[in-house]
Design a protein around this ligand. Structure first.
Ligand SMILES: O=C(O)CCC(=O)C(=O)O
Ligand SMILES: [Fe+2]
Length: 333
């Protein structure tokens, strides 16, 4: 399906990490990436270096978890989502409808999730013993994105003409060392299939996941072939973000919007629940790249004219405190 979201070929920056900023490919790619992030806040990445088998396996392993009996999954329910983000979120625990409330009748999202979070994701003990391959699949997925993520961060620094083009690298040291405190999160989403009588009741505005912004710096998102993801343009129109084979979606989070003074918007997005798709399970996986702990929430460049930040500017609050308040606000209980 054709999409108005730019498709970027990462092979242009596939050279070695050191010195990549000198190559022609880098300059061209940085411009395309920056323009894409400025206009919609979403781009597709192709030739991203994550082998399709890594994606297949992480989707399969997380599905193995979600298909376990409910009482088994509930053993892994997040104990306290504000202090510990690792583990299972049943559908009834979350409502990401912070911006506009197109709530389902039930008031929560039609999905379950598993989060592998911060340094917790390093320990086998924090994964379900019933799915022995899950930790490795999550590790492989994360590790295969780290180098690309760092190159993209260098591109952002160049595009925004930062005094220190490595600013983003320095605020994301946890990419290389998860022992550095951060909220980096790999979230696997499982949108359950509905039965026939539930499908009959679906209304036009039903959502699998309500409208929200992501909270970190960037999100790498892999979706299966079902579809339903949409992004909100600045004029308020919704555009589809259909699955494109072998691509990964990149979108800006609130922290990138803040640091870029509104030039890279944390575009609102949602997943629609269409009658035609509702009987099919949908899966997606996000790598939510978050700043290291004590980063401040202050723009680095002159703010974009008419910018209305979704993220309150707070020079005293660090991203950590902000994140904790946000998580607390998204809980359904
Ligand atoms: O499932 C999707 O395609 C989107 C998921 C998402 O936006 C999220 O988990 O924040
Ligand atoms: Fe999201």
């Amino acid at each position: 399906m054709k999409s108005e979201i730019p498709i970027l070929d990462c092979s242009k920056i596939s050279g070695s990490y050191d010195g990549v900023s000198d190559s022609d490919g880098f300059e061209e790619f940085a411009k395309q990436l920056g323009d894409g992030m400025s206009s919609i806040g979403f781009v597709y990445l192709t030739n991203h270096g994550v082998h399709h088998s890594i994606i297949d396996v992480v989707l399969r392993e997380s599905r193995n978890f979600f298909e376990l009996p409910k009482d088994v999954k509930m053993k892994y329910r997040k104990p306290d989502a504000v202090e510990n983000f690792n583990g299972y979120t049943p559908a009834e625990d979350e409502q990401l409808n912070e911006t506009v409330g197109t709530t389902n009748k039930s008031g929560h999202d039609y999905k379950e999730a598993w989060d592998s979070w911060g340094k917790e994701m390093l320990s086998e003990a924090n994964y379900p013993s019933e799915v022995p391959g899950m930790k490795k699949s999550v590790d492989d997925f994360r590790l295969s994105l780290v180098t690309l993520c760092k190159k993209l961060f260098l591109c952002f620094g160049h595009y925004l003409k930062l005094e220190d083009p490595e600013f983003f690298l320095q605020r994301h040291r946890a990419l290389d060392d998860l022992n550095i405190k951060s909220h980096n999160d790999i979230r696997t989403n499982y949108y359950m299939a509905l039965n026939s009588s539930e499908v009959d009741e679906i209304t036009e505005d039903a959502m699998r996941l309500n409208e929200h912004n992501d909270w970190g710096t960037v999100t790498f998102l892999v979706q299966d072939s079902v579809g339903g993801l949409e992004a909100k343009k600045t004029n308020g129109d919704w555009i589809p973000v259909p699955p494109i084979e072998n691509s990964i979606v990149l979108n800006a989070g609130l922290m990138l919007e803040m640091w870029s003074g509104g030039h890279f918007p944390a575009t609102g997005h949602r997943v629609r629940l269409l009658k035609s798709q509702a009987k099919t399970v949908r899966q997606s996986i996000g790598f939510f790249v978050q700043p290291d702990g004590e980063s401040n929430c202050i723009p680095l460049v002159p703010e974009k004219k008419d910018w209305h930040p979704a993220y309150p500017k707070v020079d005293k609050e660090t991203h950590f405190e902000y994140f904790r308040n946000r998580v607390a606000g998204s809980r359904a209980y």
